[in-house]
Design a protein around this ligand. Structure first.
Ligand code: GTP
Length: 307
């Protein structure tokens, strides 16, 4: 019996998208790492749609919680025109819940204040999460919570430390019971796999560029074609490096296969570290003319293809 069926039997599942917003350095990555936990330690920077970035997927009881970034809201606002800022907010509006993460030590200065102003206009349920409470006195926290709640009506305020985990269980319990009933967006056994395949491809592409950037500019693309978890705890990953022209193949392979070997070694080393398991990486080089004009390739990269 699959995990999904087991879950169904135990009662209704819940799921939802949580837009995680907050100034740079508020601790978003640290928090998602903690909440996603050992179960699916996937935090990918890979763009899933052109609008929102997936930070990580957590499962708590019978709820699947998908944490998303909404890039662009707080980046140098003065330089962005209003339309761009509005577009970024649309990402937040698509979420079931908006979670504003604030560095309590830094308070509401700068970006945090601007985000609070923007949040006034958003109708979705919102929660305030004050992070880094290990660095702040309790009285100051209460004052900060009160001040933020004056501007925006938050459904809840949580006080947490993403580094030591304090308050994080309460936050997860609340999210798990508050997100709507519904099927999980990702099968439990695939959540780590799906973004990891893309991340793994990115890693190899980075190594390829590091080694061959002058010779192969912009004409390569990497896809993870196979991902096989093995009983001995290792994983076998097969990837294809797509090039546009036959002449590039020789460059990618290098003399006596020397280039591809060193790319493979560097990628394998980094992947083993990230996955915390031994990796067997197999790279294949193929020529696929005009891959740059193929909509299917764009979809695989999570990008929109406009004619
Ligand atoms: N003391 C303390 N430090 C924290 C806590 N949470 C995060 N940090 C630190 O804050 C810094 C920024 O954390 P990140 O998780 O990278 O922040 P971020 O919001 O993801 O940053 P960007 O991705 O750049 O927007 C790191 O040095 C973290 O170790 C916390 O609860 N307490």
């Amino acid at each position: 019996m699959s995990e999904a069926e087991t879950t169904e039997e135990n009662g209704a599942t819940h799921s939802g998208f949580v837009a995680l917003i907050g100034p740079t350095n508020a601790g978003k990555s640290t928090l998602v790492n903690r909440l996603v936990g050992a179960k699916v330690s996937i935090v990918s920077h890979k763009v899933q749609t052109t609008r929102a970035m997936l930070r990580g997927i957590a499962i708590h009881d019978r709820t699947q919680i998908v944490f998303m970034d909404t890039p662009g809201i707080f980046k140098p606002r003065r330089r962005l025109d209003r339309a761009m800022v509005m577009a970024a907010w649309t990402g937040a509006r698509d979420a079931d819940l908006i979670m504003l993460l604030v560095d309590s030590e830094r308070g509401l200065k700068g970006d945090a204040e601007a985000i609070l102003e923007g949040l006034k206009e958003v109708r979705q349920p919102k929660i305030l999460v004050l992070n880094k409470i290990d660095r702040v006195r309790h009285e100051d926290l209460l004052a900060l919570a009160a001040k933020a709640n004056e501007t925006v009506e938050f459904d809840r305020t949580f006080m947490i430390s993403a580094t030591n985990g304090s308050g994080c269980d309460d936050l997860m319990d609340w999210l798990a019971t508050t997100l709507p009933e519904g099927p999980w967006y990702y099968p439990e056994d695939q959540i780590s796999d799906l973004p990891m395949r893309q991340l793994a491809a990115e890693i190899t592409r980075e190594k390829l560029f590091l080694r061959l950037h002058q010779e192969l500019p912009y004409s390569s693309h990497v896809e993870t074609e196979k991902w096989e978890e093995r009983k001995d705890g290792s994983v076998r990953i097969e990837q294809v490096i797509y090039l546009e022209r036959d002449s590039q193949k020789k460059i990618a392979l290098g003399k006596g296969g020397e280039a591809i070997k060193s790319i493979s070694m560097a990628a394998r080393k980094e992947l083993s570290e990230i996955l915390e398991q031994p990796v067997h990486l197999f790279l294949f080089v193929k020529v696929r003319e005009n891959w740059g004009d193929d909509p299917a390739r764009y979809r695989e990269m999570g990008l929109d293809f406009s004619e």
